[in-house]
Ligand binder design. Sequence first.
Ligand code: C2E
Ligand code: CA
Ligand code: CA
Length: 754
Amino acid sequence: MLANYLKKWGLGIAALALGAVAVVLCLVSFNNKIENVGREELITRVEEVRDNAAYTLENELSHVVQMVVNEARVLDMMGDATDEEIISELHEFVGVGRAVRATILRFDGTTCSSDGEVGKYDKELYSDAIHTTKSYISAPRFSEDNENVAIDVFMPMYSTGKRTGVLVTSYDISLFEQIFIKKIITGESAICITTADGDLIFRTGTVEAPDGFDKNVFDFYVRDDVEFLHGSPESLRADMLAGRASSLSYENGGMVRFVSYASAGDWYVASVTTDRSLTIREAHILSSALDFAMQVVVAVLIITGCILVSGIKEQRRHVKELSDMAYVDSLTGLANKKKFKITALELLKKKPGAYALILLDINEFKVLNDTLGYECGDRVLRMIADVISESLGAGEAFGRGDADEYYLLVKYQSDSLVRERIIEGIDQINERFRATVNDAYTIVLCAGVYVVRNTDTDINVMLDMAKHAQQLIKGITRSTVAFYSEDIRRNILNQKLVENEMHNALQNGDFITYLQPKYRLSDEKICGAEALVRWDIGNSQIRYPDQFINVFERNGFITRLDMYMLDKSCEIISGWLRDGITPVPISVNFSRMHLANENFVDDIARVVESYNVPPKYIEIELTEGTMLGNEEVLIAFLSRLHERGFALSMDDFGSGYSSLGLLRDLPVDIIKLDKTFFAEYDDFKRAKTVISSIISMARELGICTVAEGVETVENIILLRELGCDIVQGYYYAKPMEATKLSQFMAENGAENDG
Ligand code: C2E
Ligand code: CA
Ligand code: CA
């Protein structure tokens, strides 16, 4: 009986013990699995952050160098400027570029700097630097307490082909720290930037710094209380010497840290994270699993384990999806711009000097989208991406940028071969387009090409140069290829000069309001004027709008200039009123950029009211291009303008894709026929039917017509015949200063009809 009893229970106990062992084994292996998966994930993450940071750092540094290079060119062009002029230029450059100080060291031993110092410098101290023939970044300079770190960027300066000295620009490292904090999402990692000797330049992030880590990392790694689990200081040094990435993990103060280094120029970027997050997660999973094991059978536990492991797999898949998202263009499934840059950089590093960088863009893609529909637009974008990627050879790269921009890096033999290849590609795109989408339409593509001559140039700068080339041909109505050239470089330099001077010019009143009178055809009396800006650059020299308006459009300064011109126009009208002269309305040009400003109309009204000028004396000119695709915003804008008593004039009508239908939808008050209609008499005759229908349509809708750029009596006769109301052009008068216009008005017996 007892024996039976024991037999029965003994079996039970044995089964129970076996079960317990199984539970423990399962838990241990489960724990290991989680630990391994977690650790792997952690290391991948650290490496991702590291690469991202290295890439950002290199970009930022080369951006800074590029700014210094540009500034040196500007200074080179200033030739025999006085020290005072140079100091003010340096001062402005330092302000814009967020540098600490910029100094010129000349071969003759003289120096002058952004903070106004002039004099001699210690030639011996700078004996190496001053003879540099290339731009370079100095080793970091550490302050005694290691609190502040600075770097200097050196750039040789030239005058008529001869080296004259060097421009030294100093930056506080905290500038890069701020940029880093903004640009890099570190999660639970910290980022350290060190010299190749391991001196810490700066660090960001949330992981607490181990003792000593904030001076030199090697000093720290060789300490007794640092125990390496993976890698060693020696392996790190060897990797750094060879320019390889390197990863370590070590224990210190009861905490395990994972570190991964990669080079970024002369410096090293390290991403650091601790196992703390890992331990907390593990402990949590383990204890809940134990609770669970008490109550349910091993099988359930295993199933749970499987589910958990598959959850982790799911999470890893998610991480992969996220990283795919960062590099894959969701529309085409091919590389995006980010990925393109990375691949291009890799290729350029491997094989310098034999590549061309191409930026391809569809002309008026918006119009294509509007006429064929968005779904079709997407198809076209995908089709183009396919054709391009199929046409690439080995060692070439491609990616799609924003909307209709495509980037390519192709092998380069000669300009003409690259051009041929691009045109062939465009033909192929159109062939496929006609076969699959629409056979009544041609896609116009324009390509800007930058031939890579120096692989050290920042890829963003290269892309900019391709873009500069491309912008020159934007708007041409057939597919065209443009190469970045010396002319374009000069253009950019001009832009830089204009940008350097514009703020001072506005403050000093160097922008002058010229007025070009408008004549009523019926009685040839002056009935209005257009305000056109001129830039007085001293020595009785004038800069014309074509040299700066588009620069201001790009950098946004145009909105300030336009409001300034409005202000000056009001001042002129209030002067006329004060002097007993009957004013004529002045039309002021406004860039399309203002439409983004909700308070645009209020801003205009405020200026006009401040001069006590009745609104009927101010007309707002917007170019026709502004109107397309913006109808809703414009209708609202127009009705607010009308409420306030202002008139709107549609400038350059007929220059773009204008349709007469637009006039019906938009209650504009005036249209200005584009001056290209009147550029040549022969063309004008041909354009006659178009003009005639515009004028009669305008008349039907009660819209006033102004013909612009009219130079010949033949044009005047025809315009009169067609019933045009007003003419503005050299035939009658060129733009002139306000005082001169007052005289003209007095002589002409001007009267306004407003
Ligand atoms: P726009 O508004 O079409 O101005 C008319 C341009 O045609 C003026 O050039 C004027 O001098 C020129 N013009 C007038 N009559 C004739 C003619 O008979 N023959 C020829 N060949 N040209 C004639 P300007 O003053 O050089 O201005 C060029 C453009 O710069 C303007 O074109 C306008 O788009 C822009 N602009 C000028 N001032 C401002 C401004 O204050 N704000 C803005 N946003 N743009 C401005
Ligand atoms: Ca105008
Ligand atoms: Ca115009």
